[in-house]
Structures are given as structure tokens and as C-alpha cells.
Write a protein that binds this ligand. Structure first.
Ligand SMILES: [Zn+2]
Ligand SMILES: [Zn+2]
Length: 157
């Protein structure tokens, strides 16, 4: 989805929730629309802190919370201290690395439509949004892990 469309969508969600669209909230929505990362609340705050010193941590947390309750963004929980937000509204697969906590969007041939159709036929559940998380290890971490194992093996010789 285009950045501008995402931005408008976030603002509309805030208006629907009855929130005033202040310059601070606009800056937060702008950042969420532009990023291709899956930032945590703190990362959003840290990112905006220097350019928008008037934005409080509470405003960031409240705005993210509201957007999440409205389904405009999706909370990804990676253990207790690793809550991140997915700002991409389109069906896609998140590749979540358990080691470096990097989250990559995967947009290949998905089969999400097939899955939704099968679920609807079997259970009557109509899918409104789809987000699939694959947990595992990214290419860099697998490479590092291999190097570590080789090193351990050499030390044991
Ligand atoms: Zn990794
Ligand atoms: Zn994602």
C-alpha cells in the first residue's frame, strides 16, 4: 500500500476514535506510514524524539494503542519485553528471527486466500485480515550460529 494511503488510513482511524488529529499524532502516523520496520513503541518514540521534542512518551503509547484497537496496526508479541507493531495492512507473512528479533515482511506466493477460503467453508469464519508469523532464524543468524558451532568443535579437539 502507498505511503500516503497508509497515512490517510491512520488519520482516519484516529478521527473515527474521536481523537483530535494534532501535529504530534500526525508525526506519529507519518512515521508509521513510512517505515518498513516493525517498530516497538519505544523505537517510535526514540525515532521522533529529536525532530519532535514536543511529543511525549505517553502520546506515542496512547496513539499506538488506539491504532491497534482499531485494527489499523497489529501488535506482534515476541516475548514479554518485545512488543512490536506491524503497520502493513496487507496480508503478508512476517519472518521473525528469534535470535536478533529482526522482522522481515515476506510477499511471495502466500496461499493466505486459499487458507481463508478453506476456513470459511469448514467453520463459517470470515477472515477480515490475515497476518502469518513464521518464527525461526534469519540467514545472518544461521551463518553466525554455524560459525559458533565450528569454533566450539575446534576448541574441543
Ligand atoms: Zn537473526
Ligand atoms: Zn509485517
Amino acid at each position: 500500500m502507498h505511503t500516503q494511503n497508509k497515512y490517510e488510513r491512520f488519520l482516519q482511524a484516529l478521527r473515527q476514535a474521536g481523537l483530535r488529529v494534532t501535529p504530534q499524532r500526525k508525526a506519529i502516523c507519518r512515521y508509521l506510514a513510512e517505515t518498513d520496520q516493525h517498530p516497538s513503541a519505544y523505537q517510535v518514540y526514540a525515532r521522533l524524539e529529536s525532530s519532535h521534542p514536543e511529543i511525549s512518551r505517553a502520546t506515542v503509547y496512547n496513539t499506538l494503542n488506539t491504532l491497534q484497537q482499531l485494527g489499523a496496526i497489529v501488535e506482534l508479541s515476541l516475548g514479554s519485553d518485545h512488543t512490536h507493531y506491524d503497520t502493513n495492512p496487507e496480508p503478508h507473512v512476517n519472518l521473525i528471527c528469534l535470535r536478533c528479533h529482526k522482522i522481515i515482511d515476506y510477499h511471495g506466493q502466500l496461499g493466505i486466500e486459499l487458507l481463508s477460503a478453506q476456513v470459511l467453508a469448514e467453520t463459517g469464519f470470515q477472515t477480515a485480515a490475515a497476518k502469518i508469523d513464521l518464527l525461526g532464524f534469519c540467514a545472518e543468524c544461521r551463518e553466525q550460529r554455524r560459525a559458533e558451532i565450528q569454533m566450539q568443535a575446534q576448541q574441543q579437539k
